[in-house]
Design a protein around this ligand. Structure first.
Ligand code: GAP
Length: 548
């Protein structure tokens, strides 16, 4: 049996994120907006550092002359920054217009909306009353939640809950097959007082809709906020080929906002309605695509480890054939054991998908569907394509082998907000350190990788006199030219260390009485708590080196 979710640890992480200015609820002074989050002063630095690491490690810093371990050959990387609103036909050909939906269920009584696949329940009876009690809580908290709901429904006191007779196991409201779906009239909604208030499931497209132009009115003006950054890359494939010197195999990276009108945003920033993605579309020869898929899976896995995520909390999960999207020849998810999930459960950080030639062909020919294992153009009753593609030739001519083909695509698609959340959760730690008098003091510390830490160092004069602030200011100015750091002279040095520990600052440089006699400072390491004396003129070089 799995352990309960570590909700209290999660609550402490959320509280630190708010208290220290990492993440705030959007529009908080007006009561907030569900599924939207703002990054505060420390949060914006953390998120920018994360995106910068991704861009540097995957795109800008890529060595196109080297063949990286596990890669079939060397390859090139370049980048794009595309618009959030694109031609509506993009989404019709990509399949998002028809297929990008979740099933939802409304409750007439509570006016709440639920994802159909999140509702589950059990039959319960008391005396002559019987009802299917439902919950939208997952994991081990589901059963206790059902007991509470049944107790309320049957109007029982706490000591009477044992009188409830439970039948069968916890099952989805949707049933294992449509024939086994629970009759709505007998289902008690998670927030209802009477059964029969849940609607039949309805499709709900997750794309946010908007209108273009002041005279917008008819259907032709409808546009959508992109639900993924990927499509901007596919529709620019030819532009990139024609205007740069890249040759297959090559990848195009993009970082940007995406929007999904999630039915039930939840778990802090994990499922938001506005979020950022970091996506690569990697174009390769069909023959080599399997090997490239393996390469990207391993490379992206290693990236999270290099930045310090605990390997034991990460998992790489290959999708089962039934789970694959209709165009996909293989997908693996990199998942993290977030503290809000039950023990043994993981949340997706990134998907690495082998997409074949689906995307480029869709934007050439029109919307494709899989029939008898083949991707074919979807046609209407009149035999004409249901959605026309651009008609542009997006094939590639290899001038060495003299072959023409439509490249296959490997797509490592990561979420910046989910990665920030995973790094925050992983870095959060509580321990005990000796204070100035040697007594143990509880501390909360973010053990972020120095590349991710919002501030790399803090410069602290021990006291606000005896020339120490002047020396500290001078050091601060020199270091600030190399890396984000701060000057802090307020409060006891112990409190200042504590503030930096909570912000995840890896190093503190303290200017004290000895500095004034021998020009050395104390360099305190956040994680090991070691304190070493370092000549003041060596500090900037030393920290620059350690940061690299
Ligand atoms: N182009 C492929 C694609 O968009 P996806 O699995 O739907 O694939 C990729 O999304 C990544 O984007 C996810 O692994 C996740 O990190 C992030 N993501 C997706 N939906 C999200 C949401 N509602 N809130 C935060 N991040 C999300």
């Amino acid at each position: 049996m799995s352990q309960p979710a570590d909700q209290s640890r999660m609550d402490r992480i959320v509280s630190l994120a708010k208290r220290r200015g990492f993440i705030f609820q959007s529009s908080e002074i007006y009561g907030g907006l569900n599924g939207f989050w703002d990054y505060g002063p420390l949060g914006v630095a953390l998120k920018r550092n994360l995106k910068e690491c991704w861009w540097q490690d995957m795109v800008a810093g890529h060595d196109e002359l080297a063949t990286l371990a596990g890669a079939p050959s060397s390859y090139e990387m370049t980048g794009l920054d595309c618009t959030i609103i694109m031609h509506p036909q993009v989404w019709k050909c990509s399949g998002h217009f028809d297929l990008f939906h979740d099933w939802m269920v409304d409750c007439h009584e509570s006016k709440k909306r639920y994802r159909y696949d999140h509702l589950q329940g059990r039959w319960a009876s008391h005396r002559d009353k019987k009802v299917f009690v439902t919950t939208d809580v997952s994991g081990d908290d589901a059963l206790p939640d059902l007991v509470g709901k049944a107790q309320k429904f049957f109007k029982l006191r706490a000591k009477q809950v044992d009188e409830i007779v439970w039948e069968g196991e916890l099952v989805p409201l949707a049933g294992a097959t449509p024939a086994e779906a629970i009759p709505r009239a007998e289902a008690l909604g998670p927030d209802a007082t009477e059964p029969g208030t849940l609607t039949e499931p309805r499709e709900f497209n997750l794309m946010f809709e908007t209108r273009i132009g002041a005279l917008a009115g008819d259907d032709d003006d409808r546009a959508f906020l992109r639900p993924e950054t990927a499509q901007g890359i596919f529709v620019n494939f030819k532009n990139v080929l024609d205007t740069s010197r890249v040759r297959v195999p090559f990848g195009i990276g993009q970082i940007g906002k995406s929007f999904r009108n999630e039915i039930t945003p939840r778990n802090f920033t994990f499922r938001s309605r506005e979020f950022e993605q970091m996506e690569i579309e990697f174009f390769c020869r069909p023959d080599d695509s399997r090997a490239w898929y393996q390469f990207w899976r391993d490379r992206r896995w290693q990236w999270y480890l290099n930045l310090g995520l605990t390997e034991g909390r990460l998992q790489l999960r290959e999708h089962e054939a039934a789970e694959l999207a209709h165009y996909s020849c293989g997908t693996a998810d990199i998942e993290y054991a977030f503290p809000f999930l039950a023990d043994g459960e993981y949340g997706e950080l990134e998907g690495i998908a082998h997409r074949g030639d689906f995307d480029l062909r869709s934007h050439m020919e029109g919307k494709l569907v899989r029939r008898d294992g083949e991707l074919v153009l979807e046609t209407g009753p009149d035999g004409k394509p249901r959605q026309r593609g651009s008609g542009r030739d997006l094939s590639y001519f290899d001038d060495v082998s003299r072959e023409r083909y439509v490249p296959h695509v490997i797509e490592p698609s990561a979420g910046a907000d989910r990665a920030v959340l995973a790094f925050l959760c992983d870095a959060y730690s509580e321990d005990s350190v000796p204070d100035e008098k040697g007594n143990p003091r509880e501390r909360t510390v973010l053990k972020l990788h120095p590349r991710l830490a919002p501030l790399k160092a803090a410069i602290l004069p021990l006291v606000k006199k005896d020339g120490m602030p002047e020396v500290a200011t001078d050091l601060y100015r020199k270091l600030k030219k190399r890396m984000p750091c701060m000057y802090d002279e307020k409060g006891s040095v112990g409190r200042r260390y504590a503030r930096q520990d909570e912000a995840g600052t890896p190093w503190c440089l303290t200017i004290d009485g000895q500095t004034m006699t021998d020009n050395t400072v104390t360099l305190r390491d956040r994680d090991s708590l070691t304190q070493e004396r370092v000549p003041i003129e060596e500090c900037v070089e030393l920290l620059t080196e350690r940061l690299q």
